[in-house]
Write a protein that binds this ligand. Sequence first.
Ligand SMILES: Nc1ncnc2c1ncn2[C@@H]1O[C@H](COP(=O)(O)OP(=O)(O)OP(=O)(O)O)[C@@H](O)[C@H]1O
Ligand SMILES: [Mg+2]
Length: 382
Amino acid sequence: MLILGIETSCDETAAAVVEDGSKVLSNVVVSQIDIFAEYGGVIPEVAARNHLEVMMPVVKKALKDAKKTWDDIDAIAVTHTPGLLGSLLIGTLTARTLAIVHKKPLYAVHHLKSHIYANWLHAPIDEKDKNILSGLPELASEDEGLSPVKTGAKNPSPKESLLSFPLLALVVSGGHTQILRMDAHNHFEIIGTTRDDAVGECFDKVAKILGLPYPGGPAITKAGKTGGKNRYKFPKPKVEGLDFSFSGLKTAVLRTVQKELGLPINHPSHDLKNHLKEAQIADFSASFEKTATDYLLEKLEKAYEMYPETKSFVIAGGVSANELLREEAKNRFGEEKVFFPNPKFSGDNGAMVAAAAYFEIKSGVKPTDPYKLNILPRSEIK
Ligand SMILES: Nc1ncnc2c1ncn2[C@@H]1O[C@H](COP(=O)(O)OP(=O)(O)OP(=O)(O)O)[C@@H](O)[C@H]1O
Ligand SMILES: [Mg+2]
């Protein structure tokens, strides 16, 4: 089954053609990162206008790269929730129109399901991904239809690299931080969630304090390479159960920077970067990254204690590209049990939307009416 997946929930305009929920035939992503790097964050109206400009060329390129025509496509899948209102509108209006014109069934997909299902995608490794993946095995064999990308085990046999239910999914992205249980495909139960900021947002805000570029995640990793991860101790927010809080951690970094520089707590945060030395930025980056990843994984360990029958752990969303998080997760839960998406599918893309739709279809979900599909800027995964 060939599905065209369309994603526009935030600042990436993306489309992809995926076969049977796992084999990526094309994956086109136009990112607006360069535009928003200047502002240090996304401006919703600007994002929507940019989606409008590139949406159709992106869809056409996805078909062309896959060497497919509309006749070959079995279904269209699109992100309809959650996300920025204007951005979601462009993607869904495009998908609705294409579904009507080309007489294809339309599937409306929740963005976090897509991030989770990015773990089932196969794709050839790009040259530029080789550094990130060095030392890791090649992807599981292409003919293992539903097996996910297994990054970590030395030489996993196709069987070993299969994801098994029940599993725990840790979704770590720009707008969400959640732990979910999955007993089977398309069965989700949220067991932990952030009470304030998302972890990706926290990376972005801490980067801003340190004068590092947007998006903050990769910039903090890069800056922290020469820093001491135990140089600064930031308290981990005490939130009961499996819930998270990240606004306190961001404030702890802010206060520690002010203290280190001998400046008062009312000193404007945007000016701190002008006083920081490179070595201090490195130490703050490394210490923050370590605290944030430990905090995430301590909660995941707690979830494992509560659900010891868990067979696999799936880490998903933009922050899942983080190398330290990957290493630490493998150390804590065992290489054979932990799954991450190929880094090129960690952030927003159309392939993961197609994968999520495929498993919805396999679970009996019916197509949606293209004349009636609505968007929802906020909603929980169901
Ligand atoms: N290597 C990395 N380490 C840590 N964080 C990272 C890394 N790469 C990207 N990120 C973070 O991931 C976030 C973007 O992820 P993603 O695209 O999944 O979020 P989003 O789509 O904006 O939000 P959501 O998926 O919740 O709607 C940014 O906050 C970015 O800083
Ligand atoms: Mg996302």
